[in-house]
Ligand binder design. Sequence first.
Ligand SMILES: Cc1cc2nc3c(=O)[nH]c(=O)nc-3n(C[C@H](O)[C@H](O)[C@H](O)COP(=O)(O)OP(=O)(O)OC[C@H]3O[C@@H](n4cnc5c(N)ncnc54)[C@H](O)[C@@H]3O)c2cc1C
Length: 404
Amino acid sequence: MTAADVDDSIVADDPLTGMDAASFEAFVGEVAQFRDTVVAPNVNRWESEKRMAPEALREASAIGLLAMEVPAERGGLGMSFAQKCRIVEVLSAVSMPFAFSLVNTGNVAARVARLGSDTHRERYLADLMAGRRFGSTALTEPGAGSDFANIATTATPVDGGWRLDGAKAWITNAAHSDVIFCYAQTQPGSRGRGIALFLIDGTQPGFERLPPYELAGGHLIGTGGFRLDGYIAAAEDLLSPAGEAFIAALSSVNGARTYVAAMCCAMVEATLASAVRYGAEREAFGRPVIAHQGLAWKLAGVQNRLEASQLLTARAVDAVTESLRTGDASGAILPAAHAKKFATETAEADIAACIQAMGAEGLRSDHPGGHHLIGARIANYVDGSTEIQTDRIARSLAATYAAS
Ligand SMILES: Cc1cc2nc3c(=O)[nH]c(=O)nc-3n(C[C@H](O)[C@H](O)[C@H](O)COP(=O)(O)OP(=O)(O)OC[C@H]3O[C@@H](n4cnc5c(N)ncnc54)[C@H](O)[C@@H]3O)c2cc1C
C-alpha cells in the first residue's frame, strides 16, 4: 500500500444517476463559459505571479463548482462521479492545475457533507462551497510519499480528543487551505493498521502553514505544507479510526486516478487542436506544414494514443461507478491504474510532440502546450506516481496469467 493508494476524492451522492442529463448538459456549457472568460484570460498571469487563484475559485463557486458531489439536500449539485470527470476535463482543457485545486476543495466539501458531524457541516460546509475556505487532503510528508504507511505524524489520545504532531508536505491548496483531511499514525510502528483520519482546522492553535513551493510551474495548485505542533483535535474530529482509515483510503484512490487520467485526455486534446490549426496555416517548403506526411503522421499518432487514453479512462469511470454502487473497490484498481499510467505517460510525450509540431511558436505562452506540459508532468505524481501504477499492474500479472 502506497501514498498514493490513498485519496479521498469520491463522495458521490448517487453514483449512478447524478444530475439529470439535460441539466447537466446546460451546466457543462456554463462551465465552459466560466473557463473561457475567467480562467483562460488569466492563467498565464497567475502562473507568472506564482500563485493560486482564490478569487477565481470563489467565482467558480457561484456556479456550484466547489459543490459538485455535495448532495442536493445539503446545497450541492449532487453530481455522479462520471459527471465530475467530464467537468474536470472541461476545465483542464485550459488549466489542469486550476482544475486540480478546485476539485480538491470540492472533494473536501463532499466529504464534510457525507462524513462530518453536524458541527463540522455547520462550521465548514457553506464556507467550502462558497470558496471562503479551501480544503486539502494530506497524506504526504517530508519523509513519506509513495510509502504512505510510513508517515510519521502522530496522533496521541488526550482527554476529550487527540494531540497531533508532525509535518505534511506537497499538499494541494496548502497555500490557502484550512479545512484539512489529515492522516496520522496512532500506533507508531504499525504502518497502515494504525493510521487514522482527522479533520484539522488550520485556524486553530498548533497549526502552522509553511510557505508554498516555488515550482517549475503549476503554482495554481497552491502546493505547500504545514506543521502540527500540539494541535488538539476533538474526539468528533476523528473521521475514520485506525484499522479503517487506511483501507477506506485505498478504496477511494481509484476515483482520483481516473479523474487525473481524464484531465490528461483534455490537455492532449487541447494541445493537439492547437497544433493542427497552426499546422494548417503555417507554410514550409511551399505548403502547409501539416501537409508534410512526416508531421501529419506524428499528429495522427497523438490522436491514436488520445483515443486509447479516452477509452481506458471511460472504462475506469465505469469501474469506479460500479465500485461506488457495490461498495467493493477491488474491480476499479486495475482499470484506474491502467488509465492513469497510459494517460499520464502519453500526455507528457504527446503534448511535447504537439509543441514540436508548431516549431518555436509552440513555446509561446499564448498557446496551451507549455502550461499543459507542466500539467502532464504533475499528473505523473499526484494520486500515485506512474511507477506506483506500473507496480499495481505488475502485481496483477501472476494472478491474471496463472491459469494459462
Ligand atoms: C503538484 C503536486 C500536488 C500534490 N498534492 C498532494 C496532496 O494534495 N496530498 C498529498 O498527500 N500528496 C500530494 N502530492 C504528493 C504526491 O502524492 C507524491 O509526490 C507521490 O505520492 C510520490 O511521492 P514522492 O514525491 O515523495 O516520491 P517518493 O515516494 O520519494 O518516490 C521517489 C521516486 O521513486 C519512485 N518509487 C517509489 N516507490 C517505488 C516502488 N515501490 N517502485 C518503483 N518506484 C518507486 C516514485 O515513483 C518516484 O519516482 C502532490 C504532489 C505534487 C507534485
